[in-house]
Write a protein that binds this ligand. Structure first.
Ligand SMILES: Cc1cc2nc3c(=O)[nH]c(=O)nc-3n(C[C@H](O)[C@H](O)[C@H](O)COP(=O)(O)OP(=O)(O)OC[C@H]3O[C@@H](n4cnc5c(N)ncnc54)[C@H](O)[C@@H]3O)c2cc1C
Length: 428
């Protein structure tokens, strides 16, 4: 039937016209209702999905916040398999550690470290070293640490860091103590932060930046990182990825000795070291919480520079990776005025049957014991973190010259970071 015949029929038959018109209207109405119901259904399921996402994010944040209680996640050592080894830059490798028993891992606070007991062939005692967790507590099936080859002052290679670089490979099993340490970012305190690191000191800062980004925390984060040039610029891509995900993360990469191929504004932001002067020129004010980790002189100048700028001591938190950095810590507190003259203080090593007078020039009880031939005290990190050097106090008390990673039990002391307050008898 062509259009003309149809038009004639419609004009001649009003009933047919009404019927057809009504039919079209009904169909249109049904189609509209169908579309409205469909759209509402799509809207509802999207809203449910978003609500579910928000809920699981909230649960995750609550989980992270629940880490506030610094309970030990397991006692002694747990077996971990090296599931992946990745070169981050020259002489620096990340180790992904999966629990050997396959059970989920407890959360940790960003900034905390693991303690490793490394057994060398033909050595009776394991070497104990601490390594910061570099990835933040985001996954419960693995941890990650990142270790740079260390060279001693006499040019000799450091024992454990070089052992890791040269010998530890994927599939190896390691003995690891639970995450611990008091240097961490509290995600519940919603203050803007400045994360400052040099070289391998980036490891705890990276964990902090990763966690804040993961939980979509809105605080301002200034991230300063210093190294020589692209050769030792570790985690470059990872940090850039974080910045893409987190609009509040402001990155300031400082190269002290850029190479010809390093482009200012592309691979790095400042041709300088990380300094307080740089911070003054970048930060809108000094009113931030500061977290620092890096080599001794770096920490010394920055920590003291921040104090001089007027930043309260409670807002400056820093981690020492060894005794050299601890010694840069501003001297506080002073010995109490009623402390007897240190040169006449007698220290008795009860188990060794030795009594000697304390030498005030010595930095700590561990060094003093070693200088006097006492071999029964173990040494590990020498910065109060690993707990190897703990001894029982039989008489007397100590004052701490560094911050213990974990408080020793009552009646004991961490000899590597304490000095006697007076006459002492210790179980060594
Ligand atoms: C809390 C914490 C977190 C750390 N995180 C990391 C990290 O993420 N990545 C990383 O690469 N390193 C990290 N370190 C440093 C690491 O633990 C080792 O100190 C480093 O790898 C060197 O160990 P080594 O066995 O290779 O060197 P070695 O020279 O064989 O041993 C160094 C050990 O001797 C001590 N020591 C060094 N010089 C002296 C000295 N002059 N007098 C007395 N004792 C000395 C050090 O404290 C250290 O315990 C961290 C240290 C601490 C305390």
């Amino acid at each position: 039937m062509n259009h003309e015949i149809l038009l004639t029929l419609l004009l001649q038959s009003p009933l047919l016209t009404i019927g057809l018109g009504g039919g079209f209207l009904t169909l249109g109405y049904i189609a509209t209702q169908w579309w409205v119901v469909g759209a509402r259904y799509r809207f509802e399921s999207q809203r449910n999905r978003l609500e579910l996402d928000a809920l699981s994010k909230k649960i995750e944040i609550l989980n992270l916040k629940a880490q506030a209680a610094p309970e030990v996640a397991w006692n002694g050592c747990r077996k971990f398999t090296v599931s992946k080894k990745v070169e981050e830059c020259e002489d620096t490798y990340s180790y992904y550690l999966t629990p050997h028993n396959g059970k989920p891992l407890p959360k940790f606070k960003p900034g905390q470290y693991l303690t490793f007991e490394v057994k060398f062939p033909n050595e009776p005692k394991p070497q104990v070293r601490c390594y910061s967790l570099s990835d933040g507590s985001i996954s419960d099936d693995h941890y990650r640490v990142t270790i740079k080859r260390y060279t001693r002052a006499d040019g000799q290679p450091g024992a454990v860091s070089n052992y890791f670089a040269d010998h530890v490979k994927e599939g190896d099993i390691l003995d690891v103590k639970a995450p611990s340490g008091k240097f961490f970012l509290d995600v519940e305190v919603e203050r803007p932060v400045v994360l400052i690191s040099g070289g391998i000191g980036i490891t705890p800062m990276l964990a902090m930046a990763r966690v804040l980004t993961h939980i979509q925390d809105r605080r301002e984060i200034y991230f300063f990182f210093g190294c020589r040039n692209n050769m030792d610029h570790m985690f470059r891509d990872e940090v850039i990825e974080l910045q893409k995900k987190n609009p509040n993360l402001r990155l300031h990469i400082c190269y002290s000795r850029p190479l010809d191929e390093d482009l200012l504004g592309v691979s790095y932001n400042h041709h300088s070291r990380v300094t307080v002067e740089l911070m003054k020129s970048v930060l809108p004010s000094s009113n931030y919480e500061y977290y620092l980790c890096g080599p001794g002189p770096f920490m010394d100048s920055l920590v003291n520079g921040l104090y001089e700028w007027g930043v309260p001591k409670k807002d400056v938190k820093f981690e020492a990776f060894g005794p050299a950095t601890v010694s840069t810590k501003p001297k506080e507190p002073e010995l109490p005025s009623n402390t007897p003259s240190q040169a006449t203080v007698e220290i008795e090593f009860a188990r060794s049957g030795k009594k000697v007078f304390w030498d005030p020039a010595v930095a700590n009880l561990l060094d003093f014991a070693e200088a006097n031939g006492i071999t029964s005290i173990d040494a590990g990190c020498r910065s109060g973190s690993c707990g190897s050097c703990v001894v029982a106090i039989k008489e007397g008390s100590v004052e701490y010259v560094g911050e213990p990673g974990n408080e020793p039990e009552e009646g004991s002391c961490l000899t590597c970071i304490c000095r006697p307050k007076g006459k002492m008898v210790i179980d060594a």
